[in-house]
Design a protein around this ligand. Structure first.
Ligand SMILES: NC(=O)c1ccc[n+]([C@@H]2O[C@H](COP(=O)([O-])OP(=O)(O)OC[C@H]3O[C@@H](n4cnc5c(N)ncnc54)[C@H](OP(=O)(O)O)[C@@H]3O)[C@@H](O)[C@H]2O)c1
Length: 237
């Protein structure tokens, strides 16, 4: 399918995986709205997107505040002239043992990763419903398929995203809305390198560009085809 002329909102699009997806979609002719809290990152990424010959807009807000998400999405939709695609990507990785991680940090991970996905999808849904088609890509993690040590908050938040996303898929597919649940393994993004999860060696470890190509190709499939769930791993890290 040709994506040229469509409008996509990428949450957490100022850096990491979100930025890579934003650039890959822009290269296909998709107009892009990116969100995040860091205005410097957003401005710089928006400039890079514009260089690819499409419209770029950004909105700075925290994904865990419903009213801010709603008005931020509305302003991006207005600026771009609608929304066809949501890449629900913003998230945080905070790792530590159950004993040592504070309850406040634990709750914040859930608020950001789970409520953020819910608020953004709820804000975008009316646009897709009105159009009678659209795509939502929810970025979970392999950590959401199986918990492990020092990742209780992150794994629980991502398991909940998987479940939420499956419910969205079941509710919205009859309106030609494809809801896609992705569970990537470790990718050499800013987050995973800063957290010491990988050395990011490009000869061995998945790069943000690999993730972006995968998302782009899933979206380009004929609209009759819905990739409901998918995982991606480094071949031999
Ligand atoms: N990298 C991996 O290995 C990996 C594997 C599986 C899944 N994932 C998932 O992929 C997604 C992207 O991760 P990444 O590796 O690209 O991380 P990253 O480099 O840290 O990027 C995260 C993005 O989310 C935004 N964000 C975080 N908290 C936010 C908040 N409260 N409000 C608004 N925006 C917020 C950040 O923007 P600001 O800083 O501007 O707020 C940033 O753009 C996350 O959901 C992550 O859990 C990553």
């Amino acid at each position: 399918m040709n994506l040229k002329g469509k409008n996509a909102i990428v949450t957490g699009g100022g850096r990491g995986l979100g930025k890579a997806v934003a650039l890959a979609l822009a290269a296909e002719g998709v107009n892009i709205g990116i969100t995040g809290r860091n205005e410097e990152h957003l401005k710089k990424t928006a400039e890079e997107i514009k260089m690819l010959g499409v419209q770029a807009a950004f909105a700075a807000f925290s994904i865990d505040e419903e009213a801010a998400v709603k008005s931020g999405i509305e302003s991006l939709a207005k600026e771009l002239g609608g929304v066809d695609i949501l890449i629900n990507n913003a998230g945080i990785g905070d790792f530590g043992s159950i004993e040592e991680m504070s309850s406040e940090t634990w709750e914040q991970v859930i608020r950001t990763n789970l409520f953020g996905v819910y608020y953004a999808a709820k804000a975008v849904y009316p646009y897709l419903k009105e159009k009678g088609e659209g795509d939502i890509v929810n970025v979970a993690s392999t950590a959401g398929l199986k918990g492990g040590p020092n990742m209780s908050a992150y794994a629980a938040s991502k398991a909940a995203v998987v479940s939420l996303s499956q419910s969205m898929m079941a509710e919205w597919r009859k309106q030609n809305i494809r809801v896609i649940t992705l569970t990537p393994s470790t990718i050499a993004s800013d987050m995973s390198i800063e957290a010491g999860l990988t050395d990011g060696n490009p000869d061995k470890v998945l790069q943000p560009e690999d993730f972006a190509e995968w998302v782009r190709d899933i979206l380009k499939m004929n609209r009759r085809a819905l990739i409901a769930n998918g995982s991606i791993f480094s071949t031999n890290p």
